[in-house]
Design a binder for this molecule. Sequence first.
Ligand code: IPE
Ligand code: IPE
Ligand code: MG
Length: 244
Amino acid sequence: MPRHVAIIMDGNGRWAKKRFLPRIAGHRRGVSNVRSTVSACIEKGIEHLTLFAFSSENWRRPADEVSLLMQLFSLALENEINKLHEAGIRFRAIGDLERFDPRLRHLIANAETLTAGNRALTLTVAANYGGRWDIMQAVNSMTAAQPGKVYAESDLLQYLSMAYAPEPDLFIRTGGEQRVSNFLLWQLAYTEMYFTDTLWPDFDAAAFDLALASFKNRERRFGRTSEQVKLADAEVPEPVAVKR
Ligand code: IPE
Ligand code: IPE
Ligand code: MG
């Protein structure tokens, strides 16, 4: 079982279009599918679920879709946060949250504080997130203290917005597109990638099981040969130490 699953939840708009519904209807269905995915992760003992909800490029969408998405995000937080807390879920948001309105930022901050001690599952929502933004904010924070210093890759880890989690083991993108769309660029270096045509609102427990079955059949070599991996068996170290 992967410890950390990261998902690009794509295809809400096409799901709605197929049914002659407005795009926002697809986003609503997408939110309810988040609920079932979270439950599935808890059942399976997955420690981290990271969901791409809104990219730094999604501001380019029509203003009415952006504003409905923001409303949906606020509503989902208001309605779900107590249930998440009762289920022992720690909620985290990553991304440049400054751009959101104060009410939404407040909801996010409260949700993070309320659930900070929970450990059944860490649910991270990436909102106004971009992988390049993440790397740049980390580099800027890291170099601010000692300008001119030469740094190692491992020095950067504590400044990345997901410093609290191991790197994703499994990346899933629904909706048929086979691209990373500026999601966790740094952290995906050795992640197993899984792409499916299934649209996000249709990505149910059976579809999730298919992704997990595919993951099970992968041999993670981290640069070594297959023979080395078989010898070391379960003791394959990850290429970099991750701060938890
Ligand atoms: C993903 O679904 C959700 C967000 C980006 C917010 P899309 O809205 O991208 O759905 P498609 O790709 O248009 O079908
Ligand atoms: C990626 O989906 C971002 C989210 C799912 C939040 P997009 O639908 O925005 O990606 P592109 O534009 O097709 O690459
Ligand atoms: Mg899309």
